[in-house]
Design a binder for this molecule. Structure first.
Ligand code: AHN
Ligand code: ZN
Length: 338
């Protein structure tokens, strides 16, 4: 390393024609400059948005990934296979989780560890299940039907599979855990919304389980980043309320990086509402600062976009440009961790 710095210093000195050229005081010159030399910038691989898009299409092709269905089980197998293929140490948590409806959901949290031995770690997460009901669909006849879940379910996982593919080619300095939570989206049906107080913990069942029973005892990470509903064209990610409350420094880190890269039209530096999502339990139970990158659309009735929890949540609502903004920002942040 030092020899490289020395070489860089000499080149800089020669190029500047500064102290080095005067009276052959090269050694002194190098000593002065060497103290100022900054470490070489890390090379961040290019996130491939086509690849991420295809990973989403592949999930959607299984059909809705509603727990206790064959589509769900098969997609879970696919995700495990893919993450192993990319060199991760994969463990799963297979567990029955009780939904607020009383149904026991055969659930699977999927944990893919890159550099499992490294103590400096970052966690990236998303939920991989889809909601059993299109309960905000304009047509009431669809309110108990499942839907494709391209954005809600597919998009975060698609981005993370592409990050995993990149990590397999160029390892990051720190250890990275990609955690795909199950049973996030089996929360309170719109028709039962008057029961919110009773069922406020009906969402994010997989992350609740993992936060109480992490895959490794004493598990810790510097921080976590949750990706949820990150695929729609012209998405706007606002500073989500719980993220700002528990992990504002990480929100700053990510939003600043996005701005540097010209993505501030996506990463809007304004306060958004608070969302009970997987990151909430990671913050509350484990105390790992975890942020949520989630679309905020104040024009749509439910605040997440007009397709959200409707039959329209399909591949037509997936934009490669948005996937690129999210994926490249997240990758730049994690590859810069020392
Ligand atoms: C609530 O609506 C309380 N939480 C929604 C979190 C969510 C649902 N993310 C995706 N689908
Ligand atoms: Zn949802």
């Amino acid at each position: 390393m030092n020899r490289i710095f020395l070489l860089i210093s000499i080149i800089i000195l020669a190029a500047c024609g500064g102290t080095a050229s005067k009276g052959g005081e090269v050694t002194q010159g190098i000593a002065q400059v060497a103290e100022k030399v900054v470490e070489p910038a890390v090379v961040v691989p290019l996130f491939n948005a086509d690849s991420a898009y295809n990973f989403i299409a592949r999930q959607v092709a299984f059909g809705p990934r509603v727990p206790n269905t064959a589509s769900h089980r098969k997609c879970g197998e696919y995700l495990v296979t893919k993450l192993k293929e990319y060199g991760a140490d994969v463990v799963t948590q297979d567990v029955g989780l009780k939904a607020y409806t009383g149904e026991v959901l055969k659930s699977r949290n999927i944990i893919a560890q890159f550099k499992p031995e490294a103590s400096a770690r970052v966690m990236l997460c998303a939920h991989w299940d889809t909601r059993p009901w299109a309960d905000t669909d304009p047509d009431k006849a669809n309110h108990y039907k499942p839907y494709p879940g391209a954005n809600d379910g597919g998009s975060g996982v698609g981005v993370l599979l592409e990050v995993a593919r990149q990590l397999s080619q160029v390892p990051a300095t720190v250890g990275v855990d990609i955690i795909l939570f199950d049973a996030e989206d089996y929360g309170l049906h719109e028709n039962d919304s008057h029961l919110w107080d009773k069922h406020r913990h009906s969402w994010a069942l997989g992350s609740q389980y993992w936060s109480i029973n992490p895959h490794k005892q004493g598990y810790n990470a510097r921080y976590g980043i949750l990706l949820d509903i990150v695929g729609a064209p012209a998405s706007t990610f606002l500073r989500e309320g719980y993220s700002d409350f528990y992990a504002s420094a990480i929100v700053d880190k990510v939003w600043t990086q996005a701005a540097r890269m010209g993505y501030s039209q996506y990463f809007v530096n304004e306060e958004g509402g608070a969302v009970t999502d997987d990151h909430y339990y990671v913050n509350r139970v484990l105390g790992i600062p975890c942020i949520d990158i989630i679309n905020h659309d104040s024009d749509s009735p439910n605040g997440f976009g007009p397709y959200h929890h409707t039959m329209k949540d399909d591949m037509d609502w997936i934009s490669r440009e948005t996937l690129k903004a999210v994926g490249q920002t997240v990758m730049t942040v994690i590859y810069n961790e020392k």
